[in-house]
Design a protein around this ligand. Structure first.
Ligand SMILES: [Fe+2]
Ligand SMILES: [Fe+2]
Length: 196
């Protein structure tokens, strides 16, 4: 069985490249849209994915791990291809795909927080839970958009995530108080959507 620190590195490497693909895909996505408010929110989501990538990159560095080069390359190709496809596919498909992916990201950061705690990296926990909360907001946004589409409203959706408060509450129950963040400043953890 892999150790918690191996699992943490594995998830962070996946997330690091996943954020790159997501950021490129969202860039293509908002640029393909006409509605000003939707464009602005997805542009903001793009910038939050870049911010996640920076934070995850810092953690990898502190763990002495490097991103996976093949996965990085693949992320650029996948992200840019998806971004380009948004210009021809209409908006339902990319929004549906994004919502489903975002719900997976919530779980991914919650799991990473647990591995961090169990491998003596308590200082990462708050930041990882914070990113899970930001992904939770992204999921909520795309779910609501899909529901406004005539066809989307009739599609079976991915499971509804637990309420946002559950992200910290379940951690508290399983692992106790959330440790202090220590190596990330408030500024580094201020996401664009918080300032709105
Ligand atoms: Fe993200
Ligand atoms: Fe996201």
């Amino acid at each position: 069985m892999k150790s918690h620190s191996d699992e943490l590195v594995k998830i962070l490497r996946l997330a690091y490249s996943g954020e790159l693909a997501a950021a490129y895909a969202y860039r293509g996505h908002w640029r393909s849209l006409k509605d000003v408010a939707t464009r602005e929110r997805i542009r903001e989501i793009e910038s939050e994915e870049w911010q996640h990538r920076r934070l995850v990159g810092r953690m990898l560095e502190q763990l002495g791990a490097r991103p996976n080069r093949v996965r990085e390359l693949r992320a650029v190709v996948v992200g840019r291809t998806l971004g380009a496809m948004c210009h021809v596919s209409g908006w339902l498909l990319p929004m549906y795909g994004a919502g489903k992916l975002e719900s997976r990201n919530v779980n991914e950061y919650e799991t990473a927080a647990r591995h961090a705690s169990r491998s003596g990296r308590a200082e990462f926990v708050d930041c990882l839970l914070r990113m899970a909360e930001v992904e939770w907001e992204h999921e909520k946004y795309f779910r609501a958009l899909v529901a406004t589409h005539r066809l989307g409203a009739r599609l079976p959706l991915w499971p509804i995530p637990a309420p946002k408060e559950a992200i910290r509450a379940t951690y508290n129950v399983e692992l106790g108080a959330i440790p202090e963040r220590l190596n990330f400043t408030d500024d580094e953890l201020a996401f664009e959507s918080d300032r709105a």
